[in-house]
Design a protein. Structure first.
Length: 207
């Protein structure tokens, strides 16, 4: 389902999840919502070394991970420390909890909206996409990203609005953007993410 271009730093771990009911009918349990706090007890702990390693991963293709283009995991840390993360839906809440505490950015796409074939690689010149309902765009040139038949659609900074989860979502793909500088961390983060979804009745599959 997913092909990955050679990359000297990327340690990508992906999985798909089939939900027992439409996403809008699945509430995030209290124990998951508690993990959205920056000081929550968690099986993974963020670190400055991990933050720097993720930035190095994003820089490899020429992308500059600073300012509004910083890794999504860094945004989550700041938001959690400044006032807490709001609940969005079960899949995104679990994603945000794991990303917050692991320091690894994670993408989630609705597999019914992404058009195959799917592959991961560095984005070419001039590529941009809309990342929110307001129509704001991000320049993703040089960024390691997920592509579908219509172009880049998700990455470690912001995911494309056109493949994001919604109330009717039934099947998703998650991509944990790990780096070889942090061996094993992406695998542990993905396993924790899968555990959180499976606890709410989802069926997950590697790859």
């Amino acid at each position: 389902m997913l092909t990955i271009a050679p990359h000297p730093l990327l340690d990508l771990v992906s999985f798909s999840a089939e939900l027992p009911r439409p996403l809008g009918e699945l509430a995030s349990p209290p124990e998951l919502l508690a993990l959205l706090r920056a000081d929550a007890a968690a099986p993974l702990q963020r670190s400055e070394d991990a933050r720097q390693a993720v930035r190095d991963l994003l820089r490899h293709g020429g992308f500059k991970p600073t300012g509004r283009s910083k890794p999504a995991s860094e945004y989550l840390v700041r938001a959690a420390q400044e006032g807490g993360l709001s609940s969005i839906n079960l899949v995104v809440d679990a994603c945000n909890a794991v990303s917050l505490h692991s320091s690894l950015p994670i993408s989630v796409v609705d597999l019914d909206l992404a058009k195959p074939p799917l592959h991961v690689g560095i984005v070419g010149p001039g590529a941009r996409y809309i990342f929110n309902a307001s129509g704001q765009e991000i320049d993703v040139e040089g960024l390691i990203s997920l592509h579908d038949a219509d172009g880049p659609c998700a990455g470690p900074v912001k995911d494309s609005h056109r493949t994001k989860t919604h109330a009717g979502t039934r099947c998703v793909m998650a991509l944990v953007w790990g780096t070889s500088a942090l061996p094993g961390l992406a695998t542990r983060a993905a396993r924790w993410y899968r555990d959180l979804l499976e606890a709410s009745g989802a069926t997950t599959t590697s790859g």
